[in-house]
Design a protein around this ligand. Structure first.
Ligand code: PEP
Ligand code: MG
Length: 761
């Protein structure tokens, strides 16, 4: 049969229904409220490619070297053409449409790929195949074929090639499920995700569930005591956005939550009790705690997906303690790997090894991501994770910056974590000390409580912000962190890096423009910049034009055209690239111009990696050409090369309003220590006298010229750096979100000391 209804499917049907289809069938079988669905079976796909005579060409076309990105792109393209351009047999068309008609009233459906990769590691498929939401009858057949074609995306081909799996060994089923027009939705852990205790955790937001699952919105959080059958805690979040179906087009759109609902509690006690009842049933059925996606419409609760919780620690769940020690004071023998403590906090969870072009979907809430190095498209998964461990990278690498910004504990530059640790292994991370230990407790730490720091802005705890003469600002790399950054009470954003906005599109600017046009590129930038500017308005937001080294751009679509450089840190980045590619620079400037036009006069423009006045004069004339009058706007430059510090007089004479120290770069260029190279991390010293000398002399010259000075490198959060720069007269200090409160206190202390000394003198 080309199609099978969920009622006829159970867990043992992975071969025909794929993993997703089989698990939905199982849920329904258990009497749980699952929206009705049928599955276009894997046999249908197989018969289609064989009977249409395209199977041979399909597998030949996709048998390419995974390292050859041009060949991968051609293979994907050819596979798509073969599948999409070949007509479905009439009998299959009518079976699918007849099944659809049984839904009645022509509802919108979700069309989800469900691969049958039973013998292969789970990892090989997660996130690689398509899902389409709100599909109409008219588009259904085409979407089914697009799910099939997604078995041959570049990522999927690459992965199978790398793992030595035969493309022919994998089939794909497609789940067609009635869309639930959720009024509210979210996730539920049927037991505590790390201790396994009988406590339900529910996260809930308005609208469709993707907003919660993808981390686009901070959801309400509820806990429910299963034994006492009562609500334990209620934490209501400010929910600014929601995903809903557009009634006209059927597409999922993001829209603002009406003001009055933003801080309203999403779930009442009764709904929590219903979720509890279903949670008990699901857990009973699987005999294991579950992580469940749910939705509520017209008061009815539906379950959309259920997976086992993989983070529960065996020890606390009653099993015998490993190493004979559960005291929390285990010695260093339980340390598995160590590295740099790059983002503070501790967490316990299951290891998920994530390869480069790989399976981010396998990272569940509370898992610990272990990877060679993070890439920008890992950000959503990092938000779900309770901690991060990398092989590579230093304190100022992408991994370190983003994890700090998201509040996810991280151990960076461990060298061997991806080799030493294994999938599903339960480990504890100490992001302060930089160690990964076996089992549940972090060495020398009993209070394993900060795993959820990502959802709980630390800065939020500071009620009264100390008044300081020196401004304390916050750095933001990803617009998603803007809200968290704004509640710190910082005096503005000292650095918003534009490259992260580009990296998150997964395309180089050139590729993006080629695919979507210049206007779309400008709009992408404007939207991201505006998110932050709006969050902080009227506090100033300093946005830096592009500064991505070529090795970061190389990972993106279109990255194959990036120049190959021996040392990208010394290469084609910052203002030098923008001046060499005025077309792309013009689009960046256009985004600024649009923001000014919209009234965001709080936006300040900052140029990265300048060396001297000539760099700045050239950039200024491009600003004018783009319609930005440097006399009317606040703008400035980064001081992050020794050249810029040594040529500071000339820079001041160009008319800059401010300079900002990028000590991450200034240190690496002054000391000749690659900031991303873990091997020489011990030589990386931002407080080195040579670096300090450049900082002091620059501040002094800028004071003569009445040019404001700031520091936005990582070193800005070091008390010694704060002390020295405040004493020399720096105007503002900009730190990561987790360091704002400490910086405020430290600056206050230093300023008071200075006043005291001046009175005593
Ligand atoms: C710096 O170099 O200190 C800086 C803030 O810029 P980035 O880390 O983006 O190079
Ligand atoms: Mg820099």
């Amino acid at each position: 049969m080309p199609v099978a209804w969920l009622s006829a499917i159970s867990t043992s049907d992975v071969d025909t229904a794929g993993g997703k289809g089989a698990s939905l069938g199982e849920l329904r079988d258990a009497g749980l409220p699952v929206p009705s669905a049928f599955v276009v079976t894997a046999d249908t796909y197989r018969t289609f490619i064989e009977e249409a005579g395209i199977a041979e060409e399909l597998f030949e076309a996709t048998d390419v070297d995974g390292e050859d990105s041009a060949a991968l792109a051609t293979a994907e393209q050819r596979a798509r053409e073969l599948i999409l351009d070949t007509d479905l047999p009439e009998s299959v068309k009518s079976d699918i449409l007849d099944a659809y008609n049984d839904f009645q009233n022509d509802p919108f459906v979700a069309v989800r790929s469900s691969a049958t990769a039973e013998d292969l590691p789970d990892a090989s498929f997660a996130g690689q195949q398509e899902t389409f939401l709100n599909v109409s009858r008219e588009d259904l057949l085409e979407r089914v074929k697009r799910c099939w074609a997604s078995l041959f995306t570049q990522r999927a081909i690459y992965y199978r090639d790398e793992q030595g799996f035969d493309h022919e060994a994998v089939d794909i089923a497609v789940v067609v499920q009635r869309m639930v027009d959720a009024e509210k939705s979210g996730v539920m852990f049927t037991s505590h995700p790390s201790t396994g205790e009988p406590e339900i955790t529910v996260e809930a937001a308005w609208g469709l569930g993707e907003a919660v699952v993808s981390g686009a919105v901070s959801p309400d959080n509820y806990t429910y005591d299963r034994e006492a059958e009562s609500v334990e805690t209620v934490t209501v979040a400010t929910k600014k956005t929601m995903h809903v179906k557009d009634d006209e087009t059927g597409e999922t759109i993001e829209k603002s939550v009406p003001d009055e609902k933003q801080t309203e509690r999403v779930l009442n006690d009764e709904e929590l009790a219903s979720l509890h009842r279903l949670g008990e049933l699901v857990e009973d059925h699987y005999d294991q705690p579950q992580d469940v996606e749910w939705a509520i419409v017209d008061g009815d609760v539906f379950l959309l997906q259920s997976r086992p919780i993989t983070t529960i620690d065996e020890q606390t769940n009653g099993a015998a303690p490993q190493n004979g020690d559960d005291s929390g004071n285990s010695d260093n023998s339980s340390i598995l790997v160590d590295g740099l403590g790059a983002s503070p906090g501790t967490a316990t969870g299951s290891v998920r090894i994530v390869g480069t072009l790989d399976q981010l979907d396998k990272v569940n809430q509370g898992d610990i991501i272990v990877t060679e190095m993070t890439t920008p498209d890992m950000v959503p998964a990092m938000k779900r994770a309770s901690a991060l461990v990398t092989d590579e990278g230093g304190m100022t690498s992408h991994a370190a910056i983003v994890s700090r910004e998201l509040g996810v504990p991280a151990v960076i530059g461990s060298e061997t974590a991806t080799q030493t640790l294994t999938d599903d292994q339960v480990v504890s991370i100490d992001g302060d000390r930089g160690v990964v230990a076996d089992g549940h407790r972090t060495p020398a730490d009993e209070s394993d409580t900060t795993a959820d720091s990502a959802s709980e802005p630390r800065a939020g705890r500071q009620g009264s912000k100390p008044m300081t003469a020196t401004d304390i600002k916050v750095n933001v790399s990803i617009p998603e962190a803007a809200e968290r950054a704004a509640v710190t009470g910082a005096d503005g954003v000292g650095l918003l890096r534009m490259e992260h906005m580009v990296l998150s599109t997964n395309k180089t600017p050139q590729q993006y423009v080629e695919d979507h046009g210049e206007e779309a590129f400008v709009n992408t930038l404007t939207d991201s910049m505006r998110t932050v500017a709006e969050e902080f308005y009227p506090r100033p937001v300093r946005i830096r034009t592009l500064d991505a080294p070529t090795d970061e751009f190389r990972q993106l679509e279109g990255g194959e055209d990036e120049p190959s450089e021996h040392n990208p840190m010394l290469g084609y980045r910052g203002i030098r690239r923008s001046l060499a590619e005025p077309e792309t620079f013009r689009l960046q400037l256009e985004a600024f111009r649009k923001l000014y036009e919209m009234g965001y006069d709080s936006v300040e423009l900052m140029l990265p990696l300048v060396n001297d006045a000539e760099d700045v004069e050239r950039a200024k004339s491009l600003m004018r050409e783009a319609g930005i009058d440097p006399e009317k706007r606040d703008w400035g430059v980064m001081v992050e090369t020794p050249a810029s510090a040594l040529c500071i007089e000339g820079l001041c004479e160009t008319g800059v309003d401010f300079v900002s120290f990028g000590t991450n770069d200034l240190t690496q260029y002054t000391l000749a220590v690659d900031r991303n190279n873990g091997t020489v991390a011990d030589r990386y010293d931002e407080l080195h006298p040579a670096v300090m000398h450049l900082l002091h002399s620059t501040i002094e010259t800028c004071r003569d010229y009445d040019v404001a000075t700031s520091i936005c490198g990582q070193a800005a959060s070091k008390p010694r750096m704060i002390r020295q720069l405040v004493e020399t007269g720096i105007t503002s200090i900009s730190v990561n979100v987790d360091a704002v409160a400490d910086a405020q206190r430290e600056v206050k202390r230093v300023e008071q000391q200075l006043i005291l000394e001046s009175v005593r003198d």
